[in-house]
Design a protein around this ligand. Structure first.
Ligand SMILES: [Zn+2]
Ligand SMILES: [Zn+2]
Length: 323
């Protein structure tokens, strides 16, 4: 019997792998469950005497096919990556561009002014709405719309690319224009349809798994300071951190109550880690603070943050923002 496992070492690229790549080229992002019937159909077409049903498709089969495809497309700066959706734990696969200027690459269908708008959205998610006091990493629809226009005091920043922070206002004004609110809405819709952004029931936009897979290196390069060169330097600002459990980026999850501590978790990774531990037995693995799992990363941090503002007054906020 010529089973699939005969070809499963990732070395032999055949029609079935080509068909899988084609499926990804037309859809870009698929969950494991969405892939199962497609892979079953592809393998059945490849070996008609051995019919596969969706439920015959296991993760090792998919992994092995993906490896074979990746061996072929790596030289073209493409890769099929997988990640667990922070929201619902579904396993998601995406065809991603691996070049360092990923933002420009994903945005090939946009005009330069629209790309600059997307950069303003990302700056809002990962700088403005991502302070140590509140790591929201999302932007409300209303704010996203307002960012169509370039805020006056931020024109130089909006124009600067990731490493051009020092550019003058004059230069920026001449190169980047705002876009209309109508066009901004179209960009947002497009990003949502393409599964780069996701919109929550509370109308927050955040990065969807596809964008996190595609932009993970770029996000850290852009929003995290490089490590301090000597001890006298200020602590570098780290705005994007990985999960203590799975080591993937956390934009939606939990953080240690101790604001100085870098420990972040996805909800389900934390549940796994603290399984079987009760109450005060739960300690942060780094700073040993008590862990109560009530300090959030993501849009839930926005809600708790505004409550805190009314109960503790403004002084705490001011202090944190001064840092
Ligand atoms: Zn995790
Ligand atoms: Zn801690």
């Amino acid at each position: 019997m010529s089973g699939y496992h005969d070809r499963g070492d990732g070395g032999n690229y055949d029609h079935s792998h080509r068909a899988l790549l084609q499926a990804f080229m037309s859809r870009s992002v698929m969950t494991f469950d969405e892939m199962k019937p497609i892979v079953a159909e592809i393998l059945t077409a490849h070996e008609p005497d051995r019919t596969r049903l969706a439920n015959d498709i296991t993760q090792p089969i998919v992994t092995s096919m993906v490896q074979a495809v990746n061996a072929k497309i790596g030289a073209l700066d493409f890769e099929i990556r997988s990640a667990i959706n922070q929201n619902d734990r579904t396993l998601t696969y995406a065809l991603v561009n691996t070049t360092s200027d990923a933002l420009t690459q994903i945005a090939t269908t946009f005009s330069p002014d629209e790309i600059a708008y997307i950069k303003r959205l990302l700056d809002c998610m990962f700088e403005t709405n991502n302070k140590n006091i509140r790591e929201v990493m999302a932007v409300k629809h209303m704010t996203a719309t307002q960012l169509a226009k370039i805020p006056r005091n931020r024109q130089s920043q909006a124009a600067a690319d990731s490493d051009g922070e020092g550019e003058s206002n004059a230069q920026a004004e001449s190169t980047v224009k705002g876009i209309t609110i109508n066009d901004a809405d179209k960009v947002l819709q497009h990003l949502e349809v393409e599964a780069f952004f996701q919109r929550s029931p509370q109308n927050y936009y955040s990065l969807a798994p596809r964008a996190l897979m595609e932009l993970r290196a770029w996000l850290k390069e852009t929003y995290n300071d490089p490590p301090a060169e000597d001890e006298d330097d200020h602590e570098p600002t780290i705005r994007i951190r990985d999960c203590e459990g799975c080591r993937e980026i956390v934009t939606m999850g939990l953080r240690c109550d101790n604001k100085e501590c870098g420990v972040r978790w996805h909800d389900f990774c934390a549940v796994q880690y603290f399984r079987g531990q009760q109450g005060s037995a739960k300690k942060c693995p780094k700073c040993k603070n008590n862990w109560d799992g009530s300090t959030f990363v993501g849009e839930r941090a926005d809600e708790t943050g505004s409550r805190r503002r009314t109960t503790n007054g403004r002084s705490q906020l001011m202090n944190e923002e001064d840092e």
